[in-house]
Design a protein around this ligand. Structure first.
Ligand SMILES: NC(=O)c1ccc[n+]([C@@H]2O[C@H](COP(=O)([O-])OP(=O)(O)OC[C@H]3O[C@@H](n4cnc5c(N)ncnc54)[C@H](O)[C@@H]3O)[C@@H](O)[C@H]2O)c1
Length: 311
C-alpha cells in the first residue's frame, strides 16, 4: 500500500479519488482549502489512514513536509474552469501554474507525480480530425493556458504521468453542475427544457468513475506509463452538444430542446480527441454516456441540495 498526497482532494474529482484510494487501503493525505463543499470528505474521517489538512497549496513549508512524507503526489488543487480564472486572474496563475512549479521543484526521485490537466488545451480542432497528444496546443482561455503551463512544469520532473482529461460527468461528494453533461441534465430535470447555442461544437467526455479508475491504473502501472502525457476520455463520447442533448431527450420524454442561433458560446472549444495512446497501454474508459445520464437524472430528481459551483 502506498502513501499518497492529493492536493485539492476535497474537490469534484478529488473527493471521489480519495474515497476510492482509502477503500483500496492506501494512506491518503489531502491538502485542500475546502472552498466549496465543506462536507465532501466527512465520510472518510473514521479511517485512521486518512488525513485532511485544510491549508493553501501556496504554503511552501507545509507542501515541502507533505511531499517528503508521501510517495505519490496527485496535484488537483486549482481554480478550475474559464469563468473562475477570468474572475481571479492573479490567483489562477499562482495556484494553477506557479504552485505546480514549486511542487515539482520540491519533488525528488522517490516521488511519483500524477497530474491532471484539461484537453481544452487543444482549443479549436480541425474538422473531421482527431486531436492526439502530438497535436499543437492552442489554449483559448486563461484556465487552459495555466493548465498547459503547469503541464510543461510537470514534464520537467523525474517521475510523472500527465492525463489530459475530457470533460468529466457524474456524481461526486462535491458536486459540480457547471460541467457540460451535468449542466444539461440538471437544467433538463429542473425546467424540462434545454436551450443550446452553437449546437455543433464538439467535445469529448468521461465519467468520473473512469477518471478514478484511470488514476488507479496509473498508480499500479507507474513505471510502464511514466514520462508520458495521455489523453483520457471515453472514446464513444466524442460528440456535439446537439447529440448530447438528443441523448438526454431519449431518457426524458417531453424535454424541449431549443436552439438559439444568435448567441455565441464564450467557451469556443470544438474538437474530437483520440484516446488511443492510453488504450494501447491497457486502460479504456467504459462507463457510457447513457448510463451517466440515467444516473444524473435520478440524482437531480431526488436531491434538492443547492450546488455551489466554482463561480
Ligand atoms: N472536472 C473536469 O472536467 C476536469 C477536466 C480536466 C482537468 N481537471 C483538473 O482536475 C483537477 C480537479 O478539478 P475538479 O473538477 O475536481 O475541481 P474542483 O474545483 O472541484 O476542485 C479543486 C479543489 O482545489 C481546492 N483548492 C483551490 N485552490 C486551492 C488552494 N490555493 N489551496 C488548497 N486547495 C485549493 C478547492 O478547495 C477544491 O476542493 C483540476 O486540476 C482540474 O484542472 C478537471
Amino acid at each position: 500500500m502506498s502513501k499518497i498526497l492529493i492536493t485539492g482532494g476535497g474537490g469534484y474529482v478529488g473527493s471521489m479519488l480519495s474515497t476510492a484510494l482509502i477503500n483500496l487501503g492506501h494512506e491518503v493525505t489531502v491538502l485542500d482549502l475546502m472552498k466549496y463543499d465543506q462536507g465532501s470528505l466527512n465520510h472518510l474521517f473514521y479511517n485512521k489512514k486518512f488525513k485532511l489538512i485544510k491549508k493553501d497549496v501556496r504554503d511552501i513549508k507545509i507542501l515541502r513536509s507533505l511531499i517528503k512524507k508521501n510517495e505519490y503526489i496527485i496535484p488537483l488543487a486549482a481554480l478550475v474552469g474559464a469563468p473562475l480564472c477570468d474572475k481571479f486572474k492573479k490567483d489562477a496563475i499562482l495556484i494553477n501554474h506557479k504552485s505546480i512549479k514549486t511542487l515539482v521543484s520540491l519533488c525528488t526521485k522517490k516521488n511519483k507525480i500524477i497530474f491532471l490537466t484539461t484537453n481544452s488545451g487543444y482549443g479549436v480542432g480541425e474538422k473531421n480530425k482527431f486531436c492526439d497528444e502530438n497535436s499543437p496546443l492552442n489554449p483559448i482561455s486563461l484556465y487552459g493556458r495555466t493548465k498547459c503551463d503547469a503541464e510543461e512544469e510537470v514534464t520537467k520532473a523525474k517521475n510523472y504521468i500527465c492525463f489530459r482529461l475530457a470533460t468529466v460527468f457524474g456524481f461526486s461528494y462535491r458536486m459540480r453542475t457547471d460541467l457540460l453533461v451535468n449542466n444539461f441534465v440538471y437544467k433538463s430535470v429542473k425546467s424540462k427544457k434545454l436551450t443550446i447555442f452553437e449546437p455543433h461544437f464538439r467535445r469529448n467526455f468521461i465519467h468520473i468513475r473512469d477518471v478514478v479508475l484511470g488514476i488507479i491504473f496509473a498508480i499500479k502501472n507507474f513505471n510502464k506509463l511514466k514520462s508520458n502525457i495521455y489523453n483520457l476520455g471515453l472514446s464513444s463520447a466524442n460528440i456535439s452538444k446537439l447529440t448530447l442533448a438528443k441523448k438526454i431527450k431519449k431518457n426524458m420524454k417531453g424535454l424541449k430542446i431549443k436552439i438559439i442561433t444568435n448567441r455565441k458560446d464564450p467557451d469556443k472549444r470544438d474538437y474530437f480527441v483520440s484516446n488511443k495512446k492510453i488504450e494501447k497501454k491497457g486502460f479504456k474508459a467504459r462507463t457510457s454516456l447513457n448510463q451517466g445520464i440515467e444516473e444524473l437524472i435520478t440524482l437531480f430528481n431526488v436531491d434538492n441540495k443547492k450546488v455551489i459551483n466554482n463561480y
